[in-house]
Design a protein around this ligand. Structure first.
Ligand SMILES: Cc1cc2nc3c(=O)[nH]c(=O)nc-3n(C[C@H](O)[C@H](O)[C@H](O)COP(=O)(O)OP(=O)(O)OC[C@H]3O[C@@H](n4cnc5c(N)ncnc54)[C@H](O)[C@@H]3O)c2cc1C
Length: 464
């Protein structure tokens, strides 16, 4: 029997009337620099630097000493999964990878305090043993807790806020090396600023989260025509606890993914491997880039053969996927009412100008919140993300799409590529100046500002 990859290959070959060659493997990343410094680069390779020091303190006291003693800029790093230049510095990069795990929990309030360096994927099991679970999760779980919260990382769910909305309190080390605690009562202004703070206020050591009781989720993936998806997207987003969808460029098709709470036993139908799927789409692009109608015929026929999938699992095992095929990404959070109109324009622009693109467009829904630098501040959002294979230049494609997002007053994900500058952010964020004031108070000498953040927050309104 033909497997799915074999099916696509056969369709492409039939369409071209020829045999099929193997594609070259992805090239490895950066070469050695020959200096004594240890280079740093992010997941996609879009950001890199040669810092003076890379340190991983084993205790809060050690972290305080590092901050008090460091000469130049100090930047916190999580798992390096942000695409924007939040981390790069010539100074000191501090990782809290040795400060990870569950600190304490309260069975009555369902709150838990976790070390900031915990990876999301390592939190689920200990929380479950403590009778708790995260309210929601993003589509991968490699990020650290502090890294996710610092950029307003989100999952999907029209009735669920981004992860920073789960924070009940946090502790950080400020620019003097002092420990500061904040929550709604203690240092409330700092709390409002620190829940999404880009590592610009200090280094977060631990976070207290409001969780829920453990729950099981039924995840259902259904392949559909794009027009059908557009017709049902809004009502499905309201009907399911979590709902998102993808459009596969040059196919006329996509799939919806929903999650709902269930008591059904753990089970799974066969799941299409997303990484294999991305390589299939790359293959179709490589062979059919110049014949869009044939590409649509092949991809559409292929996708119609794909079965719906259902997975029932404990919540923390049923949100995330493995992403082994690397990419660069731009994601904007648009007022929900404009989401589908923007998506139509994005599809049109992509399919008119960028036959080289093969990664699907991802669309999610996130509830409004009250966090000063949250892109979801005071508005329910529809989030649209576009991706480009990491070895290919993302700029032309993103340059085409970004004006559409901006036309609809989108706010970019803090961790994903965009070209906005200080004056743009100031217009988009009503509490920008309040955040800037808290930042000045926490770090008057700008010790946590690398060039990118200095461009966003320096007093002269610069845009370096
Ligand atoms: C494959 C992939 C899938 C993704 N999926 C999603 C998704 O589904 N939803 C979504 O919203 N985003 C997603 N992202 C983006 C990602 O969640 C964010 O960029 C997130 O910030 C990355 O976390 P990190 O631990 O890698 O932090 P980093 O990228 O290393 O750092 C992010 C920011 O956090 C700060 N920081 C880190 N640790 C601390 C600390 N202890 N104290 C203070 N500041 C700190 C850093 O200084 C920096 O400003 C994805 C990214 C990738 C590469």
């Amino acid at each position: 029997m033909l497997n799915r990859r074999g099916m696509l290959t056969a369709l492409v070959a039939a369409a071209l009337g020829s045999g099929v060659r193997a594609q070259p493997e992805a090239m490895a990343g950066a070469a050695a620099d020959g200096q004594r410094r240890l280079p740093w680069r992010n997941w996609s390779g879009s950001q890199q630097c040669l810092p003076e020091a890379r340190l991983a303190p084993a205790s809060v006291a050690e972290l305080q000493e590092i901050i008090a003693g460091a000469g130049g800029t100090i930047r916190a790093v999580g798992a390096g999964h942000s695409f924007t230049p939040l981390v790069p510095t010539d100074g000191t990069i501090v990782s809290l990878s040795r400060l990870s795990g569950l600190v304490s929990y309260d069975r009555k309030t369902l709150q838990a305090t976790l070390w900031a360096g915990s990876r999301l994927g390592d939190i689920g099991a200990p929380l479950e043993r403590a009778g708790q679970a995260l309210v929601n999760m993003p589509d991968i779980d490699k990020q650290t807790l502090a890294g996710s919260l610092s950029t307003a990382t989100h999952g999907t769910g029209a009735g669920i806020g981004c992860m920073s909305t789960f924070i009940e309190g946090l502790q950080l080390v400020d620019a003097r090396g002092e420990l500061v605690d904040c929550d709604r009562q203690r240092n409330p202004e700092l709390f409002q600023a620190a829940r999404v703070s880009l590592g610009a206020l200090g280094i977060i050591t631990r976070v207290r989260l409001q969780n829920v009781a453990p729950y099981r989720l039924r995840r259902e993936t259904i392949w559909r025509d794009f027009d059908e998806i557009l017709a049902i997207a809004d009502s499905e987003a309201d009907r399911h606890r979590n709902f998102e969808f993808y459009y596969v460029p040059f196919s006329g098709m996509g799939f919806t993914d929903s999650h709902d709470i269930t008591d059904d036993p753990v089970s799974s139908t066969e799941r299409l491997d997303g990484n294999e799927g991305a390589r299939d789409l790359q293959l179709a692009r490589d062979w059919l880039e110049r014949t869009p109608r044939l590409r649509q015929l092949v991809l559409g026929s292929y996708m119609k053969t794909l079965d719906d999938e259902v997975t029932v699992e404990n919540s923390w095992k049923n949100y995330a996927s493995e992403r082994n095929v690397r990419f660069n990404e731009m994601e904007y959070h648009l007022p929900r009412e404009h989401g589908l109109a923007a998506l139509r324009e994005v599809r049109e622009a992509l399919e008119t100008h960028h036959p080289e693109v093969f990664f699907p467009i991802e669309v999610r829904f996130v509830k409004a919140d009250d966090i000063w630098l949250s892109p979801f501040y005071q508005r329910d959002c529809c989030s649209i993300a576009v991706h480009r294979f990491f070895e290919e230049d993302y700029k032309p494609y993103f340059r085409t799409i970004e004006p559409i997002f901006r036309k609809y007053h989108g706010r970019p994900h803090w961790g994903k590529l965009n070209t906005l500058q200080q004056q743009d952010f100031r217009q988009l964020y009503p509490r920008w100046d309040d955040f800037a004031a808290v930042r000045r108070e926490m770090d008057p000498r700008g010790r946590f500002l690398n060039p990118y953040l200095a461009g966003l927050f320096d007093e002269s309104g610069g845009n370096s």
